[in-house]
Each structure stands twice: as C-alpha cells, then as structure tokens.
Design a protein around this ligand. Structure first.
Ligand code: TXA
Ligand code: MG
Length: 313
C-alpha cells in the first residue's frame, strides 16, 4: 500500500524521512508529479526504475532546492546566468557533470552531463529543504503512460509500487519542464513549461531545435515515440471528427471535451494530461484533437500529442 501524505508539516516530514531512508516518494511540482529518490544513493534510484518499469538507458532529472546548488554538481556555463530568472521554474538545464559530483550512476545512465532543475512548487521546495537531498525525479507514471497531474493519477499508475505520495492537489503548468542542453550551443531537447521563445529572448540567440522528432530510436534520451500514450487512439489536427471519434476541442468548438474553450494555451497545457486521463476513464476509444497553434506552450502541447498519437508496439 502506498501512503497518501497530506501537504502539512507532518506530511512533509514523513516524506523527507522516507527519502532519507532510500524510499521512493511521489511529490507535486508545478509541471507534473515527480517520483523522487535520493540522487546520491544508487540503490534508492534503482527503486525509481523498478517502480516505473523505466528503461535503464533513460537518465533522470536531479531536482535542487536552490540555483546555488547547481555548481555542486555541474560546470555552470555563462549562458546559464542569463536564464537565472527561470529558476525556480519549469526549466531543466543539461550541463557538463562535475568530476566530484557524487551523483548516483543510475541518475546519469552513462552520460557525462547532468540534467538539473529547481522546481517552483512550494511543496516541492519544502520537501527538498526538509530532506536536505538532491532528488532524482522522473514523472510519477508507469513508463510510457500519461504523466500525472494529480495524486490520484499517481496512485492509479503506481499504487503499491512506491512508499508514498505527497498530495498537493493539481499541478498548475500541466506539461513537463522545458529541457535545454547547454553542454554546447543552446539546444532544445524537449519543449515544455517555459516557452522556447522566452529562452531565445533571454539568451539573445536562436535555439537549435531537436524536439518534435518523433522517432523509434531515442534522439535525445527519453524521446521515445510512444510516450504519453492514453489507451485511446489519437488523431491530430482534426477539424471534422470521423464517425466513432470523440473531439478534444481547443477554442469555440462543439464538444463535451475541451483543452480550453477560450483558446488559451496555458490553460490547455494545464488541462492536457487530465483530459487524456479523463477520456481514458470514460472509455473513449478514439480521440480526435483540434488544431493547436505551435507557439508558446502550444509547442509542448503538440509535442506531447504527437507522442500520444505515435504508433505503439
Ligand atoms: O517537469 C519535469 O521535468 C518533470 C518533473 C517531475 O520535474 N520530470 C520529468 O522527468 O519530466 P522525465 O524523466 O519524465 O523526463 C526527463 C527527461 C528524459 O527525457 C531524459 O532523457 C532527459 O530528461 N534527460 C535527463 N538527463 C539527461 C541528460 N544528461 N542529457 C539529456 N537528456 C537528459
Ligand atoms: Mg516522463
């Protein structure tokens, strides 16, 4: 049985203790729920891969309490300083690993770089402080399934497989962090909660864009095509659903299901995974998604939808 912990002092203290003992605990971030473990303890991190059924070649993001901690684990390039305003927040930076980082090998999965993020969610921040640990945390879903944006979603996928979930209610951003590789010229590895345009403006340069390549081999690690799969089939860019399809709308269209009736991309991102979960639970067999503009958070939404629609094995 997985404990459901309340978002109060005793709940946070219990979660912190479990993490210090090497257990896996799910916790809310502003993007999605993460499945956390002590990033310095390889045995603890093994528990994440086991609980999720995650392929061992897919490295994890290390979550930190503050931006100042980044220098303990990574060589921080000058470009990172121009991005200071996005931490805490939904931005992950891939940076050259320090030789003396002491990070558990399973977090890195053989890479010489490390993915770091300082989450903004108050509960995540309290948990990071209370545990005193860097926390490795992928999204708290079984590998290949839809990411969780509520504690209930976490339990639907992982009940009995993890020690506890800290229940902080629904996540505000709703799509995972933007991943920016700064080991060379700035490269967008995954569109996410910080719009690519905002990063380009802060850096004063265009990003190399690797995302959106839905392929069989992971281009950047973790870019597996059948990610985020609901049980229903998914077809994109649909203005006229076929018979048997249920429309997932965006903007003023006639449907029981919508990402945002007013056509707001931030709202659509916040609703995305919840709608896919709900449509699965309602037994919808075929989802037809209305066109979503590709700017702002629309880039991340379209990326996740393309993966949901990709053929599975
Ligand atoms: O918003 C988020 O980022 C959430 C919350 C929990 O923080 N986490 C998340 O983790 O989405 P996950 O494991 O689902 O996705 C992490 C991605 C993977 O695609 C992984 O391949 C990539 O980060 N990654 C991790 N370390 C990397 C590295 N050294 N180089 C390139 N990509 C890396
Ligand atoms: Mg994930």
């Amino acid at each position: 049985m997985t404990q459901r912990l309340l978002p109060d002092e005793p709940g946070i203290a219990a979660a912190a203790r479990l993490l210090q003992e090497g257990a896996c605990v799910a916790f809310p971030t502003e993007t999605v729920y993460g499945l956390g473990a002590n990033a310095l303890d390889d045995g603890a991190v093994a528990g994440i891969y086991a609980a999720k059924g995650r392929p061992s070649f897919n490295p994890l993001i290390t979550h930190l309490a503050g931006a100042a901690d980044a220098a303990r684990f990574a060589e921080v390039p000058a470009a990172a300083e121009r991005l200071e305003r996005f931490w805490p927040g939904p931005l992950t930076l891939v940076l050259p690993l320090r030789d003396d980082a002491g990070i558990a090998p399973r977090v890195l999965a053989g890479h010489r770089s490390i993915a770091l993020r300082v989450p903004a969610h108050p509960l995540a921040r309290k948990l990071l402080k209370a545990s005193g640990l860097p926390l490795a945390a992928p999204s708290a879903n079984p590998s290949g399934r839809i990411s969780p944006t509520t504690a209930q979603h976490v339990l639907e996928g992982l009940d009995g497989r993890i020690a506890a979930v800290l229940d902080g209610g629904p996540c505000q951003v709703g799509v995972e962090s933007t991943i920016l590789d700064l080991t060379g010229p700035p490269r967008l590895l995954r569109a996410g909660g910080v719009p690519a345009e905002a990063l380009e403006e802060a850096l004063g340069t265009a990003l190399i864009r690797a995302e959106g390549e839905v392929s069989e081999a992971p281009v950047a690690p973790g870019m597996l095509s059948s990610h985020y799969a609901p049980r229903a089939g998914v077809r994109l860019n649909v203005t006229e659903p076929l018979p048997g399809e249920t429309l997932l709308g965006f903007g003023p269209v006639k449907s029981d299901w919508t990402l945002s009736e007013s056509g707001d991309l931030d709202e659509a991102a916040a609703n995305l995974f919840t709608r896919l979960h709900q449509m699965d639970a309602a037994g919808v067999r075929a989802i037809a998604v209305a066109p979503i503009p590709g700017e702002g958070l629309g880039l991340a939404i379209n990326d996740r939808l393309a993966r949901a629609a990709a053929p599975r094995d």
